[in-house]
Unconditional design. Structure first.
Ligand code: ACO
Length: 431
């Protein structure tokens, strides 16, 4: 059977390049352009890599038009309904769902790695109390290669496993340390009798002076949010992790790079931006003014938590999270609080507004996650940290895939240079 190819011709020289088309298991085919520069001396131009597949991957599949998201072939709605965050971590890292004993062993392994080196804890004292938690978390994660350099041989599969377990286990502890530092409260050590989400809540909200009981509604909601945020194929932060890691950098640095990328308001920082926006809008009667601002071409304001690069129909995570959001607000008796009333009204208005409907701008996962985190008492500045904790397993899984990819090379995009042509240096007295 002959392979499908694309034929590209240089209009000036008439030279041709035959480019092979490659099919994946699902999703659009890709045109393999690796020989293009050699054959025609031209690069491709694709700002934001919106049309470029940068790697082969077996981890996550998204069909933006159908609103489908699958981890290792399992639809995320099934995982959200039936699984737990740590089971999803196992699935992502190992490619298959665990048997009962495999899951127990994995949970124990993660449990035994939850503490962080005491010296590392002291790093937090170097930060101002009002430092943004994302800045502290990015800095401390980058420092982990200094604490755990016994396992940074990227070519050693055992080292890669230990790194994966360490970072997944320690992220909530690091996040909690950042939070406690910002409050000036004593750090709470992890408790391995609690599950991942319960332990996180304990480290965030318990104090040594009083008993603390984890709210099961909060723990369940966090576990679910973490499942939904665990991976999202080649998004900005994941591509950053792959790119940083492609140079052979130690994995902790690669994850720190991903955390930095996630922080941007067009990416994971949107959940924090949603709450800031709701506070700025302030009351239901001011919603229309902000809708008008979002539509105004001359105004840079965008409705935070609306729209998505890939999902132009609906975000399957948002569909699930919307229900959880409404349930959490009801269960915690917060439906009537003015901020949540405002959020729900904004959702209602934007879903009907012609501009948003026409441009397919639906509430995304960050719109609802921000509201849920607020209802659970998590401070706004910690929202993106929560996203980073959940996404760590996705970053690690992609990093591991990238390291063993036989086609893997250092990531090094090309450019279309539009700066000045060659010119001679002018002496300073002649400028
Ligand atoms: N509010 C108002 N208008 C919007 C919004 C918005 N939130 N999002 C997109 N638009 C408009 C754009 O102005 C553009 O209009 P035009 O066609 O008249 O020029 C059109 O919709 C398409 O927008 P693009 O920016 O081209 O879409 P892109 O796919 O590049 O961006 C993004 C997606 C970054 C998510 C964008 O929708 C946005 O900025 N949303 C707000 C931030 C946000 O919620 N980010 C979280 C993303 S989810 C995540 O990271 C987990």
């Amino acid at each position: 059977m002959s392979k499908k190819t694309y034929l590209l011709q240089d209009p000036e020289t008439g030279k041709r390049a035959e480019l092979e088309v490659r099919d994946g298991t699902l999703g659009p085919s890709v045109v393999d352009i690796r020989s293009l520069y050699g054959e025609l001396g031209a690069f491709t131009y694709d700002p934001g890599f919106a049309s470029t597949a940068s790697c082969e991957s077996t981890i996550t599949f998204i069909d933006g038009a159908k609103g489908l998201l699958m981890y290792r072939g399992y639809p995320v709605n099934q995982l959200a309904e039936k699984s737990s965050f740590l089971e999803v971590c196992y699935l992502l890292l190992h490619g298959e769902l665990p048997a009962t004993d495999e899951l127990e062993t994995f949970e124990t392994t993660i449990g035994t790695h939850t503490m962080i080196n005491e010296t590392m804890l002291r790093l937090f004292n170097g930060f101002h109390h009002d430092a943004h938690p994302m800045a502290m978390v990015a800095g401390v994660v980058a420092s982990m290669s200094a604490f755990y350099h016994d396992t940074t041989d990227i070519n050693n599969p055992h080292h890669r496993d230990i790194f994966a377990h360490r970072i997944v286990a320690k992220m909530p502890t690091i996040a909690a340390a950042a939070y406690k530092h910002s409050l000036g409260q004593p750090f709470m050590y992890p408790r391995n009798d609690l599950n991942y989400a319960q332990n996180l809540l304990h480290m965030f909200f318990a104090v040594p002076a009083a008993e603390y009981e984890v709210n099961p509604i909060a723990a369940e909601a966090i576990d679910l949010l973490f499942i939904l945020h665990a991976d999202h194929e080649q998004n900005c932060s994941t591509s950053t992790v792959r790119m940083a890691g492609s140079s052979g950098a130690n994995p902790y640095s690669a994850i720190a790079a991903g955390i930095a990328a996630l922080w941007g308001p067009a990416h994971g920082g949107a959940n924090e931006a949603v709450l800031n926006m709701l506070e700025e809008i302030g009351s239901v009667d001011r919603i229309q003014k902000y809708i008008a601002k979002a539509k105004d071409k001359d105004d840079s304001f965008r409705l935070m938590g609306f729209g998505h690069r890939v999902y132009k129909n609906h975000d399957p995570r948002a569909t699930i999270i919307r229900e959880v959001c409404h349930k959490v607000l009801k269960d915690l008796g917060r439906v009537d609080s003015p901020l949540f009333e405002l959020a729900l009204k904004l959702e209602e208005i934007a879903l009907k507004d012609e501009y948003f409907v026409e441009k397919k701008l639906y509430p995304n996962v960050d719109f609802y996650s921000g509201i849920i985190y607020r209802a659970l008492g998590i401070p706004t500045s910690m929202f993106t940290v929560m996203f980073a904790i959940a996404r760590t397993v996705g970053w690690v899984t992609h990093w591991r895939e990238m390291i063993v990819d036989p086609d893997g090379r250092i990531s090094r995009p090309r450019q279309l240079y539009i700066g000045p042509a060659a010119r001679d240096y002018t002496d300073i007295d002649k400028r």
